[in-house]
Design a protein around this ligand. Structure first.
Ligand SMILES: *Cc1c(COP(=O)(O)O)cnc(C)c1O
Length: 434
């Protein structure tokens, strides 16, 4: 393989000796590739975020709910959140026990809520009416309530999930009403939770939101746990050495807050966090293949097989994903070595703007606009970085395309398949002909 532009994955030894062009050839593209070692590292970082002893990290499985992936997360001692019956189902299949799953639901039907109750999973409701619904379904049990602390944060309006302008959480002014309903149905409030939003790169908003949650907790003296939410950010601009979220100082600050609150509260109440992206984003590179390079009105387009049905984030949130370029020796020979302009060390300086697009019939199907990359050629394999969170889980069969396969590079370096690519038969599996 020729390394055309590979700085980020080289530095973290992402492929552990595997050749991404060979993986692309063996499993086909698009292909989600995961690195087990990096996943385990991220799990440990958050599990050990603080020294406070009664602390649990719940992986938020909506970021990535592949079965093998969840099995690894579980083996690291994390617990999980669920946002739907389907997530509860797959988490149980991965080996999580009922009391290791926390169902954080939002506007769900009685049937969905009943599913969680029947599975023995603790439910968090996020409105007064859903608390009433829960009370009717499961009186005399434990429940949790999600509050809106009035502080939000996030990289895009669509992922700010607290504050004055979002649909989430119970307003703290409703606490008397919450108490009334708890009493009416003889419910025990096991915990309170919040989630202020996604992708904060400094700890400030997170730490300040905690104070509002503590204020709420003070009004409920018998809580088992206080869940501080997720949203821990990762640096998506790795090629330009964007700084990481400073977990060490966030952990130190958080630790102080937790010990101080526990002291005031009179016991070491359990604290939880619910990270999704931080655990899952960086252990994954999505491989795609370039099938056409052309110029339209002065703009160079590299057309590949990673449409927004495969990775929705760029179109959905204007998100940035770093892109690398790998060239198989075959493709290099075909293109003629003289035309590749490659230095071959993965640090090509000959950067030019290129707009990387997918194969979906919509002009908005853009993966990266005016991205500075070395010249891209047909048959090149592209590596879309940090694709493990909200990547496969948001993929779809739009345009009747097949959702991709997923491969895991084990700590031994061996690459194993953890999800098969959809087949054409899958597309009509639930359809009924007339
Ligand atoms: C999505 C979500 C999370 C995880 O968010 P990340 O930004 O991926 O860490 C945690 N809690 C709740 C309630 C969520 O909806």
């Amino acid at each position: 393989m020729q390394k055309i532009y590979t700085k980020v994955t080289d530095e973290m030894n992402f492929y552990e000796g595997n050749d991404p062009t060979a993986l692309a050839k063996e499993y086909g593209t698009p292909l989600y590739v995961y690195n087990e070692r990096i996943l385990r590292t991220r799990c440990r970082e958050l599990k050990n975020l603080v020294t406070y002893p009664n602390f649990v990290a719940d992986f938020s499985a909506k970021a990535n709910s592949n079965l093998a992936f969840l099995q690894i997360v579980r083996s690291e001692g994390l617990e999980v959140d669920a946002m739907s019956p389907g997530e509860i189902y797959i988490e149980k299949a991965a080996g999580f026990k009922s009391d290791e799953i926390f169902y954080i639901c939002n506007n769900v039907s009685e049937e969905e809520m009943q599913y969680a109750v029947s599975e023995g999973v603790l439910v968090s409701v996020d409105s007064i009416s859903q608390l009433e619904q829960y009370g009717r379904l499961a009186p005399n049990t434990r429940v949790a309530v999600r509050f809106n602390p009035g502080v939000g944060a996030g990289h895009h309006d669509k992922v700010v999930t607290a504050g004055k302008k979002t649909k989430f959480g119970v307003d703290p002014s409703c606490i008397p009403l919450v108490k009334e309903i708890l009493k009416k149905y003889n419910l025990t409030l096991a915990g309170i939770n919040q989630h202020i939003g996604s992708l904060f790169m400094t700890g400030e908003a997170f730490l300040s939101s905690i104070h509002s949650l503590f204020d709420i907790a003070r009004q409920f003296p018998d809580l088992e746990f206080i869940d501080l939410g997720g949203g821990f950010g990762i640096p998506y601009h790795k090629e330009t050495d964007e700084a990481r979220l400073d977990l060490k100082s966030l952990g130190t600050e958080l630790d102080k807050e937790l010990y101080a609150f526990a002291e005031e509260y009179g016991r070491q109440v359990k604290f939880r966090i619910e990270p999704g992206r931080y655990i899952s984003a960086e252990c994954c590179v999505l491989l795609g293949q370039v099938h056409s390079v052309k110029e339209n009105s002065g703009i160079t387009y590299a057309g590949c097989d990673v449409g927004f049905n495969v990775l929705a984030r760029p179109v959905m949130y204007d998100s940035y994903h770093g892109i690398e370029i790998y060239r198989s020796n075959d493709a290099a020979a075909q293109n003629g070595a003289d035309k590749t302009h490659s230095t071959g060390d993965g640090h090509d300086n000959n950067l030019q703007p290129v707009t990387v697009v997918g194969n979906i019939c919509e002009s908005g199907d853009i993966l990266a606009k005016d991205r500075m990359l070395p010249p891209v050629m047909e048959k090149d394999i592209l590596g879309i970085l940090d694709a493990g969170a909200y990547g496969f889980t948001m993929s779809s069969n739009y345009n009747n395309r097949l959702r991709p396969a997923e491969v895991l590079i084990r700590e031994s370096g061996e690459a194993v398949l953890i999800r098969e690519r959809d087949t054409l038969e899958d597309l009509k599996r639930h359809m009924i002909s007339i």
